[in-house]
Each structure stands twice: as structure tokens, then as C-alpha cells.
Design a protein. Structure first.
Length: 364
């Protein structure tokens, strides 16, 4: 974006939006209630352009379009699984591609959104990490995924989005400039409860500490995947910068905020991190910060020969953790008949149009 690019209304927090709109209208001799009309189009009607705001005079719509942007990602590819999981590939205004996933269950509809175009963390089990990092998303581009997905869900009889997880492409706590306003916008603007929003991280300690200071009870998920620092370094390069012992100390501070639930995400990879002697270590960590443990069968990706742990081993982890008083669940594998693993759909699309290095080149 250039200095002459109008500000994006979707990137503004509710307070910023009200102030900008009131200033815009009053400077043109219009009443302040015009701001409320625009807010309703943004937060309730999910308007995609100023032209849709038909309760504003045509001249005011034109002037609004000259002063502000209302950028929303465009659906580039939609994949729908037999189990109902839906993956969207969104094209941004500069043609960068990001993904989101709608995950329906009997009791909820969860939206998984991206915070970056690509990812610099380089986690060895993640398709996004193999594709590299393009750029940070703006708050509006994050929120835009929610708006477009909510509209799609309504049009396709999926119901209302009940939960949001920042578990798509990118490391949310490495994009805190956009993360924090997007949380405020989703919570205060669109009315998504803080306890229904989860931010995932591989362990960016400054970001964990910042999130702990927020008064809202947003949830935090740590992509743990190994209960020892030595093994974790093999899976998550950031472990070298933010070792597990320091991450756990930051999580203790987060937990001290009261009512802020912590989840451990533990992807179970056969022959890598699923040895029985790791169960006690994992249980110790979970009990230390009262964490809920999600055991996740590895979703195979094209760039790795790894396979998910056998169901019997996953059940053993679950039973032994539960016997120690750890809250634990085995996450149901979803969307295996589509490119459901984070980053897969983007990677396949970029390779088809010649913008992505081959796997051989990436591996060199």
C-alpha cells in the first residue's frame, strides 16, 4: 500500500471506526448518525462495498468510497470434504494467497484463519512452513476471512460461526501489530466471545506475555508437539530461540490472569514423538499450567515421509494422561480427502501457476 492509499475500514477497531466515520461525515455537514449506518453495514450486514449501503445518499456513498477502502479477500478456490470440512483459498488485493477452514461439528462451527501469508517458523511437520514466508497480513485481511467465511456459511446452510482459531497459515504472535486489533474487532465489533477465540503459537514468548496482559479471556494454544527441548528443536526451529522452560514460565504468567485456558497441541507422528516414555513428560508439563491436551494424528504432507501414529498408540497416550488427571482429547481427523493440512492448498495452487519452488528445490 502507498501513502495515498485510503485507510481500510476493516482494519479499524470499533472505537477507531466510529471516530473516523464521524469525522468524515461531520466535516461534510452530515449528521453523526451516518456513522452508525455504516457500522451496521460492516458489522451486521457484512457489506462488501460502499455501493451496497443504500440507506446513504448516493453522493455520500461516492465520497465514502473515495475516503476509505473496504477490502475483503476474494475466494480463489473452495474445497469441500465429504465430512463437511470446507477449505477456502483467498486471494488478497496484491494477489497473495491465504487459507481458512470451516470445521463443522454437531455442536459448533469453527473457523480456522490465517495471520500471515506463508510462515517463517519452518516447523518440519507443517506444509505452510515448507512454503516460506511472503508477508504479514493486516488486521483487515484477518477479519476479512471471518466476514467472507461467515457469509459463505450462511449462504450454504452451515449456520453461524461459533468459534475462531488462529491456527491457519502463519505465527499469530509474530504479527502482533495486526493480531491485537483483529482480536478487538472480532470481539467488540462482530460479537464473537473472547472465550470462543483461540490464538495459537509455537512459543513466541513476548507475544504470550502481551496476550496475558489483555483483560479479555482469549484462549491460548501452544503448538507443543514434543515434551522435551531436545526433541522439540528437531520439529520446531524456534525452540532454539525460546526454549521450552522459558515458554512454560510465560504460560504460567498467562494462566495467572485467571480464566484463560491453555491448550497443548500435540501432533502424533509415528516414530518421531510418540514413544511411550514421553507420556509422563507430557503429563508433567500439562499439569504444571493446567493445560488441556489435544492429541492430533499427523496429517501427511507432500514434503515429508512421516505418517500418523497408530490409533492404539494415540489411545495409550490419551488413557495414561487421563489417569494422571490431565484433561485430554483425541482430535478427529478432518478433511483428509481435500488439501486440509495447513498450507497445502496454497502450495498446490502456487505450484500450478509456477510461483512456488519445487519440493526438490526447497529441500536443497
Amino acid at each position: 500500500m502507498t501513502a495515498d492509499t485510503p485507510p481500510d475500514l476493516l482494519s479499524m477497531t470499533p472505537i477507531e471506526l466510529r471516530s473516523a466515520l464521524e469525522s468524515h461525515f461531520t466535516s461534510r455537514g452530515e449528521p453523526k448518525y451516518r456513522a452508525s449506518q455504516v457500522e451496521k453495514w460492516i458489522y451486521e450486514r457484512l457489506g462488501r462495498s460502499m455501493e451496497e449501503m443504500t440507506d446513504l445518499p448516493v453522493t455520500q456513498r461516492d465520497e465514502l468510497a473515495q475516503s476509505f477502502r473496504l477490502d475483503e479477500p476474494v475466494s480463489d478456490v473452495v474445497q469441500r470434504s465429504e465430512d463437511g470440512t470446507v477449505k477456502h483459498l483467498w486471494r488478497l488485493s496484491d494477489d497473495k494467497l491465504v487459507e481458512s477452514v470451516l470445521i463443522p461439528t454437531e455442536s459448533r462451527l469453527t473457523l480456522c484463519i490465517s495471520s500471515q501469508a506463508g510462515c517463517a517458523m519452518g516447523c518440519t511437520f507443517c506444509a505452510t512452513g515448507w512454503g516460506g514466508f511472503d508477508r504479514q497480513l493486516t488486521a483487515g485481511e484477518i477479519v476479512g476471512q471471518y466476514r467472507a467465511s461467515r457469509r459463505w456459511a450462511h449462504e450454504n446452510d452451515y449456520g453461524s460461526i461459533s468459534n475462531i482459531v488462529y491456527m491457519g497459515m502463519g505465527e499469530p504472535l509474530a504479527n502482533r501489530k495486526a493480531l491485537h486489533p483483529s482480536l478487538t474487532i472480532l470481539n467488540q465489533g462482530y460479537g464473537v466471545g473472547a472465550r470462543r477465540i483461540t490464538v495459537s503459537t509455537v512459543g513466541v514468548i513476548p507475544g504470550i506475555l502481551e496476550l496475558a496482559e489483555r483483560p479479555e479471556q482469549f484462549r491460548l494454544a501452544l503448538s507443543l508437539h514434543a515434551p522435551s527441548s531436545e526433541l522439540r528443536r528437531e520439529l520446531i526451529p524456534l525452540e532454539k530461540r525460546y526454549p521450552l522452560r522459558e515458554v512454560l514460565a510465560a504460560l504460567e504468567h498467562f494462566e495467572d490472569g485467571g480464566g484463560k485456558r491453555i491448550t497443548f497441541e500435540y501432533t502424533m507422528i509415528d516414530g518421531v514423538n510418540a514413544a511411550p516414555d514421553l507420556i509422563e513428560l507430557l503429563g508433567d508439563l500439562a499439569l504444571r499450567v493446567s493445560a488441556f491436551v489435544n492429541l492430533i494424528p499427523f496429517n501427511p504432507i507432500p514434503y515429508q515421509k512421516w505418517r500418523p501414529s497408530k490409533p492404539k498408540r494415540i489411545l495409550e497416550f490419551s488413557r495414561r494422561l487421563a489417569s494422571r488427571g490431565v484433561s485430554v482429547a483425541v482430535r478427529e481427523t478432518r478433511g483428509q480427502d481435500i488439501d486440509a493440512a495447513c498450507g497445502q492448498l496454497r502450495g498446490h495452487t502456487l505450484s500450478q501457476i509456477g510461483l512456488k519452488k519445487s519440493v526438490a528445490e526447497i529441500s536443497e
